[in-house]
Design a protein around this ligand. Structure first.
Ligand SMILES: *Cc1c(COP(=O)(O)O)cnc(C)c1O
Length: 316
């Protein structure tokens, strides 16, 4: 716990984020338990979201390493890429983004913000080209005498997860929920929440709702990140990586970023009942998973929906 608290963080505060009760959403779902939302979408830098929270620790790690440029990757509409561009701008660092996909003629949403924030965006044709292209970009920068810091996809490293382990402190004053529901993809957020609950001595059921990959693949990634977090915090092997990991991949539908009838319903319900804006790729599907559990009368007890941001995606 001490090692966790001593990890360098950026000097300006971005958190805690609010926790709100969703009374009108509960009223729309007969038999629903008390529902709460943790508003990481409301983090006040670069439109917020879970990537900004992770970067609060990961960018501090980059500064400690003497970096002058952040290099990362994602899809053309990556929230993580936009968050990295925002943090780089705020810190006065350079930012190179390796985006896989086709450049838009008129960039929208995250791609528009990447440009506005001054990032150097380079396009590759496929996901497989991302990691080698990041290394190539970092090599070029080094030859120019610059000091690049490569941030892996989604900032889902031990440091990124540590940011979410630290965030558990923020939910304690409101009472521990019985169940936490959160969107998951590159695994760092889920890993951090699971480890953070264990470190704070609380044991809510934590359900990660997949935005893309099969449950077993994400669970394996989460375990790898948890093992790295054990190393970072000097904990024995298994302290985090043997905790139960629950991933539900039944709300993906036809694929990453493709809406489903349930995700569309969840988005409209949250907007009209709570003015809570979900993103189409992650949080709409996670909320669809929450609503389905309520309707099935699953014995969840009180639920905390951890909003991970991404609302910029509504404008893609
Ligand atoms: C990246 C992202 C997620 C997934 O978080 P991981 O830590 O990558 O699993 C969830 N929601 C939003 C809005 C995201 O941008």
């Amino acid at each position: 716990m001490e090692k966790l608290q001593q990890l360098p963080r950026l000097s300006f505060p971005l958190t805690p984020t609010p926790i709100e009760e969703l009374r009108r959403l509960r009223d729309a779902l007969p038999g629903a338990p008390p529902l709460f939302v943790k508003r990481d979408d409301a983090i006040p830098l670069g439109f917020g979201g879970n990537k900004i929270r992770k970067l609060h620790v990961v960018a501090a790690q980059a500064l400690a390493a003497g970096a002058d440029t952040l290099v990362t990757t994602g899809g053309v509409q990556s929230n993580h890429a936009r968050a990295t561009a925002a943090v780089a701008a705020k810190l006065g660092l350079g930012c190179v983004l390796i985006a896989n996909g086709v450049p838009q003629e008129k960039p929208t949403a995250n791609a528009l913000l990447d440009r506005l924030l001054g990032a150097d965006v380079r396009y590759v044709g496929s996901r497989d080209e991302r990691a080698p292209e990041m290394e190539a970009a970092a090599g070029d920068l080094r030859r120019q005498g610059r000091r690049p810091f490569v941030i892996p996809l989604g900032a889902s490293t031990a440091h990124g997860a540590a940011a979410y382990a630290l965030a558990i402190e923020e939910i304690l004053p409101d009472g521990v929920p019985d169940t936490i529901v959160v969107a998951t993809s590159s695994g760092g957020t889920l890993a951090g929440i699971v480890a953070g609950c264990a470190m704070h001595g609380i044991a809510p059921r934590v359900i990660g709702i997949s935005a893309d990959d099969p449950a077993a693949a994400i669970a394996a990634t989460v375990r790898r990140i948890l093992a790295d977090l054990e190393d970072l915090l000097g904990r024995p092997r298994g302290a985090f990586s043997e905790l139960p990991i629950e991933v539900d991949d039944t709300f993906v539908g036809d694929g990453y970023g493709i809406p489903t009838p349930a995700s569309i319903e969840a988005t409209e319900l949250c907007a009209r009942r709570e003015a809570l804006l979900l993103d189409p790729t992650y949080t709409a599907k996670a909320m669809a998973g929450l609503i389905a559990r309520v309707r099935r009368r699953e014995k969840t007890g009180t639920i905390l929906f951890w909003h991970t941001g991404g609302q910029v995606g509504l404008f893609a």
